[in-house]
Each structure stands twice: as structure tokens, then as C-alpha cells.
Design a protein around this ligand. Structure first.
Ligand code: HEM
Length: 544
């Protein structure tokens, strides 16, 4: 037995007076015993006496977050939660204080009607150490930010940027043309470069030259930073704050790049702000009051006045918001595009149908039709919907916190929130995930099969309309409610233009030795990514 002894003197008024006056010898065995007793007590409380004790789920999830965290670290949270739904039903306790549900009505209640605040998890995505729309936890704070950028993503405003996006899509076609018949292309990296160009034009009105850099075999620094940023977020959330600076000094070049990703991107966006301000002094920033004038996001934010004070948005907020939008838009869209083209490479039946539809409206393969024409193409739109269902790049569990009071319980301050028959106390983390909503076999028969036709109405009957409506209600690739993806209109526009022009011009092929089911296994890093972190495909120029 160790002779190590700990002497405690206590002034705790709860202790008997005489104990407070004496030294109590405690050896390591006693400490161990006390710790085990404490942990056992906590476990027993969480399992049998917690307000969440009645909710179905595995006992090890109820006892500690450790189990789920290991699956999060292995990027398998989406499949783990799905397996629990299949075993326990549509409400599952996935942690001591965490409940997952898979139900449309409850999703509407949490995300849209009661507008629960986000959980602290989102703080790992701060940009330039500052909040932006995605990381604002409270509904009220978020509403102020959203008001500033929402008009930018209105369909009518985005149409003003259509020619730029078409232009970049044309350049992408030229780039792919040059690879035809020679070599396979790593799509994730290529599409990230393409999207940095497209996004830079709408966010800053700036030509970033990323695609050009890719053709010269150079990774554009903004592309690298955007890609590294989520990894930085995961590290930030596990490394204690006081160790962060020392951690980032570890002499490893990859780690340095990850740590610096926020700074690199902030410098790039800061330079854009400087450019705009310089333009402002020469009169290039549109004057106030011209709301329907074409104007990049940054310009719009710089002239936005806060309703409460009438003041302009401070520069550091503009920088963080623009960074947030670049990060939110590039990896999500490039990953989805890569999966969609991979699907086409192994489903010639779908590729032939798409090409037939596009050949009709693109008699000249190099002229991209207006988005209003693309919006009317039934098969292209069904293909994209099915792509968002199966390969939606945000399959993740979207955490929210049960508030102390909801609008439903506003007159009964201490009342718990009722979720599918279970009372949840304030502070409980709840949420659902698109991955599971999109795999509900009652709504999507043969849910694992990629079937664009499921989105096409066969006979226009009431039953058919009902089926389509149910599917649409379950489709949530862009989230739900007030925190729904701010850029979803832009995403849809970029995706349709890129799909149309690429499928019209190329046959897409995968060499199964380099790209297959195993390498493309979908991993959940909040934004999805293929297991191999690459997607190599060949684009063969069509003859007409
Ligand atoms: C396929 C592409 C995309 C997918 C699947 C996607 C998905 C999502 C999802 C699921 C959320 C909600 C997150 C949550 O509730 O926690 C979100 C938020 C957001 N996304 Fe996207 N996104 C995509 C593209 C874009 C693009 C192109 C932009 C911008 C230009 C963008 C900007 C944003 C912003 C600003 C938010 C935060 C909205 C807010 O809280 O008000 N996203 N996105």
C-alpha cells in the first residue's frame, strides 16, 4: 500500500465542526474508492433518476458522452445514430444530456416553430475569433446577422451574378477538356478551386484566380485554408484553450497550416475589405438606398445599418461573416458535385437520360442556358433532389438546446418541453440529422438506391401528390427553419449550372481501382467527405 498521504483541512460548514479542525489522512486507495463511488453514483443517477431516464437508448450512451464521442472522432456519428433509430425507434437518448429524434413534426417544432438556440458545438467554427451567422447561438442575435445578408441570396439578386457563374463553369469545361483521354482528375480539389472562384465573385466581386492556379498544379492558399478550417475547428474543440498556442507551435508543417487556416483566410478577406474601402473613397461602393443594384455580399454588409442603433456593421463583423460564407459554400458544394459525378460514372442509365434532356436545350454545348430554363428540366431537377437526399453534404446531427421557456410554455416558466411524449428539461440538447430523415424507408422505398425517378410524378393523382409532398417534407439537406442554409439558392444555382454544362460536354468514367464504394464511403465531419478524401474521375469529351 502506498504511503502517499493527502491531508485535507476543510472549512466546509457542512462538515461536523471537529472534522474541520483535524487533518484527515487519505491514501490513494481511498481516493480511488471515492472516485469510483462518485462515478458509479453519477452513472446510476443518469441511468435511473435523470429526467431523460425513460427515453430509449443504449445504457452506455446514457452514462457517458465518451461512447458517442468516439464515433464522432471516427466520423461515423451519422451511421451510429441511424443504427440507434433502427433499433430503438424515432426518439433515442444518445448521451447523458442528448436526445436525437427522427420525425418531421418534431423537426418543425424544434427548428422552425420554437426556434431553439444552437448548442455550444458551433463555437468551434468561429472565424477570426469572432461570431458569424452560423456560430451565433441565440435566435435573437442570429436574426440581426441574417437580416444583413439575406437579401443577397434572394433569387432575384443572385440572377444578377448568373453570368459570372456561367463564365466560371465555362472555364471549368475548358479545364476538363484539356484532361480528356489523358488522366483522371481529383474532383474534390478541382471543384474547390472552381467554387472559390465562383464564391469570390459573389462575395467580394473579386477574381481570385483559383482555377488558374489549379491548372498550374498550385493549391490556391484560400482553397487550402477553407479545406483545413473544419479540421482546425475539431482540434480547437478538443485542445484546452490555454494549450492552443503551444499546440500550434508543434513543428509540423501540416499542423501549422491547419492552425493558420483561420488567419490566412482572414488576411485574404481583410485585403478584399481594404480593396472595397479604397473603392469606396473613389465612389465605387454603391450608395445607400439602391437595394436592387448588383452588389457583392461584402459591399452589401458594409452599407447595412443595424435596425437597433442605426450604426453600420463594424469591419471585423463583415470580415467574419464573409469568411463564414466562403467556408460554408465551398466544401459543401464541391463534395456534393464530386459525389454526383461519381454516381453518374457508375450509372450510365442516368447519365444517358440527363444528356438526352440537356442535348435538347443545349444545342450548342458551350452555351449554358439561363437558370430559368434549367429550373424547368424535370430530370435534371429530380437528379439534383435525389443527389441532395443520398449525398447531401451536411448529413450531420444539428444540435439545438431546449430553452428555459418556449413560446408554447411561456406562461408556465418551469414546464419541460414535450418531445414526442417525453418531457425534456431546459438545457437538454436535441436534434435530428438529414442522414436519417433521408433514409426513412416508409417515405423513400429502397432508400439506399439512387433513384431520380422517385421525384417525378407518374400520373398527377392525389395519392401521387401526397407521396411527393411527404418526400419533400423529409428532405432537409440545407437544414430547417430559421437557421436553414443562408446560401441554398446560390448553391442550387451553382450546382445546376455546373451539372448541366459538365454532363452536356463529357462522359464521366471511374476507374474502380482508384474510386469505388470503399474509397467513397461517406464520412460525417459535419460536412461529409469520402473515406479516401479524394474522388478521381475521368471526363471524356463528347463528340457532339
Ligand atoms: C450543397 C451545398 C450546401 C449544403 C448541403 C449546405 C448545408 C447547410 C446546412 C445544413 C446549414 C444549417 C446548419 C445548421 O442548422 O446547423 C447551412 C447553413 C448555412 N449555409 Fe449552407 N449549405 C450549402 C451551401 C452553401 C452555400 C453555397 C453558402 C453560401 C454562400 C452557404 C451558406 C450558409 C450559411 C451562411 C449558413 C448559416 C445560416 C444561418 O445560420 O443563418 N451554404 N448550410
Amino acid at each position: 500500500m502506498s504511503t502517499e498521504t493527502l491531508y485535507l483541512t476543510s472549512s466546509n460548514v457542512a462538515l461536523p465542526y471537529f472534522l474541520a479542525r483535524v487533518a484527515i489522512p487519505i491514501n490513494s486507495a481511498s481516493i480511488l474508492l471515492a472516485t469510483i463511488s462518485f462515478l458509479l453514483g453519477v452513472a446510476v443517477y443518469r441511468l435511473y433518476f435523470s429526467p431523460l431516464a425513460a427515453i430509449p437508448g443504449p445504457w452506455y450512451a446514457a452514462v457517458s458522452d465518451l461512447w458517442l464521442n468516439t464515433w464522432i472522432a471516427r466520423l461515423e456519428q451519422h451511421r451510429t445514430i441511424q443504427a440507434l433509430f433502427e433499433q430503438y425507434g424515432p426518439v433515442v437518448r444518445i448521451g447523458p444530456n442528448k436526445v436525437a429524434f427522427c420525425d418531421v413534426t418534431t423537426a418543425r417544432s424544434v427548428y422552425a416553430i420554437h426556434k431553439f438556440d444552437k448548442s455550444n458545438l458551433y463555437k468551434s467554427l468561429l472565424t477570426n475569433d469572432n461570431d458569424h451567422a452560423m456560430t451565433s447561438l441565440s435566435h435573437s442575435e442570429h436574426a440581426i446577422r441574417r437580416k444583413a445578408f439575406a437579401p443577397h441570396y434572394a433569387v432575384s439578386n443572385l440572377t444578377l451574378f448568373q453570368s459570372e457563374i456561367q463564365n466560371f463553369a465555362g472555364k471549368l469545361t475548358e479545364t476538363l477538356d484539356r484532361t480528356s483521354g489523358k488522366t483522371s482528375v481529383e474532383c474534390l480539389e478541382l471543384f474547390r478551386h472552381f467554387l472559390v472562384d465562383a464564391m469570390s465573385s459573389t462575395v467580394f466581386g473579386f477574381r481570385s484566380g483559383a482555377l488558374e492556379a489549379w491548372t498550374m498544379n498550385v493549391t490556391h492558399p484560400v482553397v487550402g485554408s477553407i479545406h483545413d478550417f473544419p479540421v482546425r475547428g475539431i482540434l480547437r474543440s478538443v485542445v484546452p484553450s490555454f494549450l492552443w498556442k503551444s499546440f500550434c507551435r508543434i513543428p509540423n508543417s501540416r499542423l501549422r497550416r491547419i492552425c493558420d487556416s483561420d488567419k490566412t483566410l482572414a488576411e485574404f478577406v481583410g485585403e478584399r475589405l481594404y480593396d472595397v474601402r479604397s473603392g469606396l473613397h473613389s465612389g465605387a461602393l454603391p450608395s445607400e438606398g439602391l437595394d436592387n443594384e448588383k452588389m457583392p455580399l461584402m459591399h452589401r454588409l458594409l452599407r447595412h445599418r443595424l435596425v437597433s442603433t442605426g450604426e453600420l456593421v463594424p469591419d471585423h463583423h463583415v470580415i467574419s461573416e464573409c469568411m463564414g460564407h466562403m467556408i460554408a459554400g465551398v466544401d459543401t458544394s464541391s463534395t456534393l458535385l464530386s459525389y454526383l459525378f461519381w454516381e453518374l460514372s457508375r450509372r450510365s442509365d442516368i447519365m444517358i437520360k440527363l444528356q438526352a434532356e440537356l442535348d435538347e436545350v443545349m444545342t450548342d454545348s458551350k452555351i449554358i442556358p439561363d437558370i430559368s430554363v434549367l429550373n424547368e428540366l424535370p430530370f435534371l431537377n429530380a437528379f439534383l433532389k435525389e443527389g441532395l437526399r443520398v449525398y447531401g453534404s451536411a448529413p450531420a446531427f444539428l444540435e439545438r438546446v431546449v430553452p428555459a421557456r418556449t413560446s408554447a410554455t411561456v406562461s408556465k416558466a418551469d414546464e419541460d418541453f414535450d418531445l414526442m411524449g417525453y418531457a425534456l428539461p431546459p438545457g437538454t440538447i436535441v436534434g435530428t440529422q438529414a442522414w436519417s430523415m433521408h433514409r426513412n424507408a416508409d417515405v423513400f422505398p429502397s432508400a439506399e438506391t439512387f433513384l431520380p425517378e422517385r421525384w417525378l410524378s407518374t400520373d398527377g393523382s392525389d395519392a401521387e401528390e401526397d407521396r411527393l409532398m411527404k418526400m419533400s417534407q423529409h428532405l432537409m439537406p440545407f437544414g430547417l427553419g430559421t437557421r436553414v442554409c443562408g446560401g441554398q439558392n446560390l448553391a442550387r444555382m451553382m450546382l445546376k449550372i455546373t451539372l448541366a454544362t459538365t454532363v452536356r460536354n463529357f462522359d464521366i468514367i471511374a476507374n474502380s481501382a482508384e474510386t469505388n464504394e470503399r474509397t467513397m464511403k461517406i464520412m460525417d465531419a459535419f460536412v461529409s467527405q469520402p473515406l479516401a478524401r479524394e474522388c478521381r474521375l475521368s471526363f471524356l469529351t463528347r463528340s457532339h
